[in-house]
Design a protein around this ligand. Structure first.
Ligand SMILES: NC(=O)c1ccc[n+]([C@@H]2O[C@H](COP(=O)([O-])OP(=O)(O)OC[C@H]3O[C@@H](n4cnc5c(N)ncnc54)[C@H](OP(=O)(O)O)[C@@H]3O)[C@@H](O)[C@H]2O)c1
Length: 348
C-alpha cells in the first residue's frame, strides 16, 4: 500500500472501522474511501457491484457486519446469518471482479468450537460443535474465511482473514440491551455512581429519557441502583479483551506488511490460514467488574446473579501465529479501561 492507494474501509463508523480509518489517517494515507450504511447497503448486490465498478478501490478492509451480544445473536438468528453472508459475499466477490490488490476480512473467535482446547489455536477451526447461541453468526464468519481462502487458491487473489477476540474502545456500543460485557459494565457502574450522587440531570441526559422516575425504573430492569450493580452469572468465566485501536493497528500492519502466502503452514491441504488477534491474556468477569468499579469510582456492591447463565468458562486465543508474523498488542486492559471511561464521560 502506498500513501495514494485507494483504500476502502467498509463499516468505517463502527468500533473497528473507525479505529482503522483513524490509524490510516495518522499514517498519512490520503485516498480513503468510505460509505455510510444508508449511502450503500452492502447486502444489496446491485448497489455493491455499481460501487466497485465506479470506485475501483485497490485495498479493502471489510469491517462492516451485523454484530451483537449473546441475546441479539440468539434472537435474530436469521438476520445474523443473512446479513453477514450477503455483506461478505458481495464485497469479496466484487473485490475479485474489480482486481482489488488485497482485502482484509474481519471474523471473530466465536468461529471456534464450544469445547475447543485453550488457548484456541487457528487449527481448532471445524473440529467440533459451535456454541449454540451464536452459531448462525459463526457459520457466516467461517464462510468468509473459506471465501477468502478459496478465491486465493482458485484465482490467485491476496485476501487475509483475521479473527479478533472481544474488542472495546471509542465508538463502542453502550446500549444496555445490545452491548458487550465491558461497555455495559462501564455504563452500569457510571449510572449507579450518578444514582448514588442523586445526579438526576446527568442520568436523564445519559439515557435520553424525559424524567428521572422513568430512568430509575429503566435502570432497575438491568439491576442498577444507587447501592448495587447486578452482574449476570457467577463472575467466574474468564474472557480476553483487546483495545480496538490495537486491533486497527494489527489490521493495518497485516495489510502493509503481510500477504496470504505468509499465513500458510506448509501442509499440502491449505486451510486454517486465518490469523487470531488478541492479547493472549484473560481475566475473570469478577476481576473485570472490580477493575471497572475502581476506575469509575462506584462504591456500592457488586451482586453476581448465579441464576443467570455463565456461558463458556474460558475463551482465550492462541496468538502465537500473530506474534510470529511480527505484531504484539500495546494497551493492557487496565489502561484501556481508563481510556474507555475517559472517552465515555467525555462524550456526555
Ligand atoms: N466488537 C467486537 O468485540 C468484535 C469481536 C470480534 C470480531 N468483531 C468483528 O469486527 C468487525 C467489526 O465489528 P465492530 O465491533 O466494529 O461492529 P460495529 O461497531 O457494529 O460496526 C459495524 C459497521 O458495519 C456497518 N454495517 C452493518 N451492516 C451494514 C450494511 N448492510 N451495509 C453497510 N454497512 C453496514 C454498520 O453501520 P450501521 O451502524 O449504520 O448499521 C457499522 O458501521 C465485524 O466483522 C465483527 O464481527 C468484533
Amino acid at each position: 500500500m502506498n500513501k495514494d492507494s485507494k483504500i476502502y474501509v467498509a463499516g468505517h463508523r463502527g468500533l473497528v472501522g473507525s479505529a482503522i480509518l483513524k490509524n490510516l489517517e495518522s499514517k498519512g494515507y490520503r485516498n480513503l474511501l468510505t460509505r455510510t450504511h444508508s449511502d450503500l447497503d452492502l447486502t444489496n448486490q446491485e448497489s455493491v457491484s455499481q460501487f466497485f465498478d465506479k470506485e475501483k478501490p485497490e485495498y479493502v478492509f471489510l469491517a462492516a457486519a451485523k454484530v451483537g451480544g449473546i441475546v441479539a445473536n440468539n434472537t435474530y438468528r436469521a438476520d445474523f446469518i443473512y446479513h453477514n453472508l450477503m455483506i461478505q459475499n458481495n464485497v469479496i466477490h466484487n473485490s475479485y471482479l474489480n482486481k482489488v490488490k488485497k482485502l482484509l476480512f474481519l471474523g471473530s473467535t466465536c468461529i471456534y468450537p464450544k469445547d475447543a482446547d485453550q488457548p484456541m489455536s487457528e487449527d481448532s477451526l471445524l473440529t467440533g460443535a459451535l456454541e449454540y447461541t451464536n452459531e448462525p453468526y459463526a457459520i457466516s464468519k467461517i464462510a468468509g474465511i473459506k471465501m477468502c481462502e478459496s478465491y486465493n487458491l482458485q484465482y490467485g487473489t491476496n485476501y487475509i482473514s483475521v479473527m479478533p477476540t472481544n474488542l472495546y474502545g471509542p465508538n463502542d456500543n453502550f446500549d444496555l440491551e445490545k452491548s458487550h460485557v465491558l461497555p455495559a459494565l462501564i455504563k452500569k457502574m457510571h449510572l449507579a455512581k450518578l444514582l448514588s450522587e442523586n445526579n438526576k440531570e446527568q442520568i436523564i441526559k445519559d439515557l435520553s429519557l424525559e424524567n428521572f422516575e422513568d430512568a430509575k425504573e429503566y435502570l432497575l430492569q438491568f439491576g442498577v441502583t444507587a447501592e448495587s450493580v447486578e452482574i449476570w452469572g457467577s463472575g467466574k468465566p474468564k474472557r480476553e479483551f483487546l483495545w480496538s485501536e490495537d486491533m486497527a493497528d494489527a489490521c493495518v500492519f497485516i495489510m502493509e506488511k503481510r500477504d496470504f502466502k505468509d499465513t500458510l503452514s506448509g501442509s499440502d491441504e491449505i486451510r486454517n490460514t486465518h490469523i487470531n488477534i488478541g492479547t493472549g491474556k484473560d481475566i475473570s468477569i469478577k476481576e473485570l467488574a472490580e477493575t471497572i468499579k475502581d476506575t469509575v469510582g462506584f462504591t456500592g456492591k457488586l451482586i453476581f446473579n448465579s441464576d443467570k447463565p455463565d456461558g463458556t468458562m474460558r475463551k482465550l486465543t492462541d496468538v502465537s501465529k500473530l506474534h510470529d508474523l511480527g505484531w504484539n498488542h500495546r494497551i493492557e486492559l487496565k489502561e484501556g479501561i481508563n481510556k474507555m471511561y475517559e472517552w465515555y464521560v467525555g462524550k456526555q
